[in-house]
Write a protein that binds this ligand. Structure first.
Ligand SMILES: Cc1cc2nc3c(=O)[nH]c(=O)nc-3n(C[C@H](O)[C@H](O)[C@H](O)COP(=O)(O)OP(=O)(O)OC[C@H]3O[C@@H](n4cnc5c(N)ncnc54)[C@H](O)[C@@H]3O)c2cc1C
Length: 380
């Protein structure tokens, strides 16, 4: 076994950490307060090649691996959960399905601008009445000559307001058993009939754009269908397995930030004539956070490693997502506790970590759904 990062992976960590510290950190508090999406930061991330880390250079990517990408998400998440979420969604959900399942033409036309960071992508699976039960999708795509006509409504879609394309899941027919066939279709957002509104006032990840997408008689060429129409459901399960590694990495970043802030504060803050880090109760909290961060990192990197080595990773990505995101929430909560009353004040940032971490236990499959995925992998 080799726990050492490669030279490239270490370089990516350093580059992304420097970028996040220099460019994102000075704006993170304001972006959270005002709920503004940092489009200009994404343009810079595109120039650095971050939007294309796991894609080949032939499609505008950087030719890196999943582990390098997870490290990049971790480093951005360490500074700003909202920016981290939009980054993870753009790569894992907006672009990756085209790389996994797209035709050569689709990769050239749709993946390349996303990987080059010249455009943002989004993934529209969730509907008002189909969340955890994604099989309950009501959106339909009906073949009419050479086009699909799409009607339906998607909610909570990350990056949709700024996206050039949204990969939309829709019912395209029935199988032999009369069950709905769900397929994925690439929908350019400028197509007539696509209405995108971002009116959500969120608890956390406020720098991330979240929007509602209404599709009314949206006509797209039938060539925009992604992958095998009969296997759309399986395809998005695979996409979500991959996406979970990035959400886990984001949780890891927030947990790491919580540890660093809590440790720094505990050393500085004096009560009863000594630093609070001299009290065993505080030391034990810090020891627990530190151990959990290490465990979360091992799980996230192992899931990424498995994916990079074409080994099954469904169970491990669910482990990583479940554990790292719950670790993020626990670590942020303890970081607030260690800060006492100051931790409750926005200025100290740890309360933002808690609000951001909460989303990670919900998006890309709730903690309950991760436990279901793991149980199914155990054969239950
Ligand atoms: C900020 C944000 C960004 C998002 N981004 C995207 C995106 O880009 N694209 C996208 O498609 N979606 C996105 N989502 C949607 C997200 O994936 C869903 O909210 C999530 O999957 C849960 O679905 P739901 O909200 O409908 O909750 P529900 O499915 O209604 O779940 C409610 C509760 O019931 C539990 N539950 C449901 N079924 C079971 C079961 N079988 N067993 C045990 N418990 C169960 C859940 O765990 C949860 O606790 C986003 C959501 C948010 C808040």
């Amino acid at each position: 076994m080799d726990f050492e990062l490669t030279k490239e992976q270490s370089m990516i960590r350093k580059m992304v950490r420097d970028f996040a510290e220099d460019v994102i950190k000075p704006r993170a508090v304001k972006m959270d307060k005002e709920a503004t999406f940092p489009l200009d930061i994404f343009e810079q991330m595109g120039e650095l090649g971050l939007l294309g880390i796991p894609f080949p250079e032939s499609y505008g990517g950087s030719g890196g691996d999943t582990l390098s990408y997870a490290i990049a998400v971790e480093e951005i998440g360490r500074i700003c959960g909202g920016t981290g979420l939009s980054y993870a969604a753009a790569v894992s959900l907006g672009a990756s399905p085209i790389y996994y399942f797209g035709t050569e033409e689709q990769k050239k036309e749709f993946l390349t601008p996303l990987a080059e960071g010249k455009a943002l992508g989004a993934f529209g699976l969730t509907e008002p009445n189909a969340g955890s039960d994604a099989g309950g999708t009501k959106t339909t795509a009906i073949l009419d000559g050479d086009s699909y006509i799409i009607n339906g409504e998607k909610c909570f879609i990350t990056n949709a307001s700024f996206a050039k394309t949204i990969i939309v899941t829709a019912v395209t027919g029935k199988d032999a058993k009369g069950k709905n066939i769900i397929s994925a279709i690439i929908v350019p957002t400028e197509t007539e009939g696509v209405k995108i509104t971002n009116n959500y006032d969120k608890m956390g990840v406020r720098a991330s754009d979240t929007a509602e997408v209404v599709l009314e008689n949206v006509r797209v060429p039938k060539e925009n269908l992604l992958g095998d129409p009969q296997k759309g459901f399986k395809q998005f399960l695979y996409t979500l397995d991959g996406g979970r590694i990035s959400i886990a990495a984001l949780g890891l970043g927030i947990a790491q930030a919580s540890l660093e802030k809590a440790l720094e504060y505990a050393k500085e803050r004096k009560q009863f004539g000594k630093s609070i880090s001299d009290f065993q109760a505080i030391q034990f909290k810090l020891a627990d956070i530190s151990m959990e961060v290490e465990l979360a990192r091992n799980m996230v990197y192992k899931a990424a490693w498995l994916k990079d080595h074409d080994k099954p990773f469904t169970k491990e990505s669910a482990y990583a997502k479940l554990y790292a995101t719950e670790t993020a929430f626990r670590s942020a909560n303890q970081a607030i506790q260690i800060h006492g009353g100051y931790g409750y004040m926005r200025e100290y940032e740890v309360e933002r970590y808690l609000r951001d971490a909460k989303l990670l236990e919900i998006g890309e499959g709730t903690s309950e759904i991760q436990r279901l995925v793991i149980a199914r992998q155990l054969g239950c």
